[in-house]
Design a protein around this ligand. Structure first.
Ligand SMILES: Cc1cc2nc3c(=O)[nH]c(=O)nc-3n(C[C@H](O)[C@H](O)[C@H](O)COP(=O)(O)OP(=O)(O)OC[C@H]3O[C@@H](n4cnc5c(N)ncnc54)[C@H](O)[C@@H]3O)c2cc1C
Length: 390
C-alpha cells in the first residue's frame, strides 16, 4: 500500500519549501518530494550566491501574466516585508543593493537553511533524490516515483519551469497540468540575453563593454545597465526588456538617457571644435562611443555639421534600434515566462478550479517577475497562499 499523507508537494524549490512549511505548521502531514540530491538548488546559486531574496517594492506591476490582476491577492497577503520579517527572525543579515533588491550579507545557504528549519517546525517529511514520474487521480492523488508511490487528497505542483536545464529544470509541471486538463500559456525564455546577427554583429567587437541605458521592448522600458557580449546583448536592462520582447520585434536602446532634446546642437555652439566621437566619449565607454560615432557617420568638427544632421544623430542615439536574431534560450534564461494558465487557478488559494485538491505555485504558473528579487517574492507569496489553503 502506498504511504498516505494530507498533502504531497512536488519540488523542494523556493515555492515548494515555503508551501510545505506553512501547511506543515498548520498541522497537515506533508510529504515534500525533490528529484535533486538537495533542496533549493536555484536559491543556492541565485544572486551570485547571495540570493536576492525579495524586492521591497514588489507590486503586481512588476509581473508579467496573461492576467495581470492574478498575482494581486497572494502578493498582498504575503508581502516582501513579511518575508523580510522571517529572514530577520533567523538573524540573517541583509542589505539593499539597488532598486529595492534585498540580498543576504552572507550566503544564499542561509535562506535554504531557514526554509528547512521552517519545514522542520511543521514536521514536513522531505525526501530528496525522489523523482515523480507519474501522477494518477482516483479518490486521492497517487504520485509514482523512483522510490515508490505516495498518496494524498491534495497535490501541489511546485516543480518550476524549464529554465537552465543543466540544473535539471524541465517542463514536468506543464505535462502534469495538461494531463489534468489545465491550459498552459506557451512557455518562453525570459530574463535572457539576446543575440545579434547581420550587420549588428559589429557590436560583438565590444564584448564586455557595459553602459547605463534605457532599454525598451513592447510597452516596457528599463533604466539600467546594458552589456555587450560575444553573442549580442545582456545586462540588467536587456534581461528585463527580454521578458517583453517577441521574436522579430526590435529592442530600442537610449544611449544618452540623461540628455535633453537639442543637446548635440548646444554642444556644437559651446564646443564647435569637438567631434561627435569626442562628445560621445564623455558620455559612454570609449569603444562603445567609437562604434556608435562610426555608425552615425557624421565625421568632422561639430561646428561644420548642420543642425539637422545633429538632431537626427541625437534621435538615433536616443532610440537605437537593435533587431535581435533571437535569445540565448532556456539554457541561459533566469526564468520561464508563461506556464500553467492563471485562468485555471483560484488567485486566493492557487487551487485548480477544475480539479479539487490540485494546486500550482511558483514559476510553474504564468506569473513572471522582473529581475531583482521579484521571482522569489512570487514563489514565497504563492507558496503561502497554497500552504494556508491546504
Ligand atoms: C541563475 C539564477 C539566478 C536567479 N537569481 C534570482 C534572484 O536572485 N532573485 C529572484 O527573485 N529570482 C532569481 N532567480 C529565479 C528563481 O530562482 C526562480 O524564479 C525560483 O527558484 C522559482 O521557484 P520554484 O520553487 O517555482 O521553482 P524551482 O526553484 O525551480 O524549484 C523546482 C524544484 O522542483 C524540482 N523538480 C522538478 N521536477 C521534479 C519531479 N519530477 N519530481 C520531483 N522534483 C522535481 C526541481 O529539482 C526543483 O528543485 C534566479 C534563477 C536562476 C536560474
Amino acid at each position: 500500500m502506498p504511504e498516505t499523507y494530507d498533502v504531497i508537494v512536488l519540488g523542494a524549490g523556493a515555492a515548494g519549501l515555503m508551501c510545505a512549511a506553512r501547511a506543515g505548521q498548520r498541522g497537515k502531514r506533508v510529504l515534500l518530494l525533490e528529484r535533486s540530491e538537495k533542496p533549493g538548488k536555484k536559491i543556492l546559486i541565485s544572486g551570485g550566491g547571495r540570493c536576492n531574496f525579495t524586492n521591497i517594492g514588489a507590486s503586481p506591476a512588476n509581473y508579467l501574466s496573461q492576467n495581470p490582476h492574478f498575482a494581486k491577492s497572494a502578493l498582498a497577503r504575503y508581502t516582501a516585508r513579511d518575508f523580510l520579517a522571517l529572514v530577520e527572525s533567523y538573524d540573517i543579515s541583509w542589505h539593499e543593493k539597488t532598486l529595492g533588491q534585498l540580498f543576504c550579507d552572507g550566503s544564499a545557504r542561509q535562506i535554504v537553511d531557514m526554509l528547512l528549519a521552517e519545514c522542520k517546525k511543521g514536521d514536513v517529511e522531505l525526501r530528496c533524490g525522489v523523482e515523480v514520474t507519474r501522477v494518477e487521480r482516483t479518490e486521492t492523488f497517487e504520485a509514482e516515483t523512483n522510490a515508490g508511490s505516495f498518496r494524498a487528497p491534495s497535490l501541489v505542483i511546485a516543480t518550476g519551469g524549464p529554465s537552465i536545464p543543466k540544473m535539471g529544470a524541465t517542463g514536468f509541471a506543464y505535462n502534469l497540468a495538461r494531463q489534468f486538463g489545465l491550459k498552459v500559456v506557451e512557455p518562453r525564455p525570459a530574463l535572457v540575453p539576446l543575440t545579434l546577427g547581420g550587420e549588428e554583429v559589429l557590436f560583438r567587437e565590444i564584448s564586455g563593454v557595459s553602459a547605463p541605458v534605457v532599454a525598451s521592448a513592447g510597452e516596457a522600458s528599463f533604466p539600467e545597465a546594458a552589456l555587450f557580449t560575444h553573442r549580442g546583448l545582456s545586462g540588467p536592462a536587456i534581461l528585463q526588456a527580454s521578458s517583453y520582447w517577441k521574436p522579430g520585434d526590435p529592442v530600442a536602446v537610449n544611449f544618452v538617457p540623461s540628455r535633453q532634446d537639442g543637446w548635440l546642437i548646444a554642444r556644437k555652439n559651446d564646443t564647435p571644435r569637438a567631434t561627435l566621437r569626442s562628445v560621445l566619449r564623455e558620455e559612454l565607454p570609449d569603444r562603445l562611443a567609437d562604434i556608435l560615432a562610426e555608425r552615425l557617420a557624421v565625421p568632422g568638427d561639430l561646428g561644420n555639421i548642420p543642425d539637422k544632421a545633429l538632431r537626427v544623430a541625437q534621435e538615433q542615439l536616443t532610440r537605437w534600434t537593435f533587431r535581435p536574431r533571437g535569445s540565448e534560450g532556456f539554457a541561459k534564461a533566469e526564468v520561464t515566462a508563461g506556464g500553467i494558465s492563471t485562468g485555471e487557478l483560484s488567485s486566493k488559494m492557487m487551487q485548480s478550479t477544475k480539479v479539487p485538491g490540485l494546486y500550482a505555485i511558483g514559476e510553474a504558473v504564468d506569473v513572471t517577475g522582473w529581475l531583482g528579487g521579484y521571482n522569489f517574492q512570487w514563489a514565497w507569496a504563492s507558496g503561502v497562499a497554497a500552504g494556508d489553503a491546504l
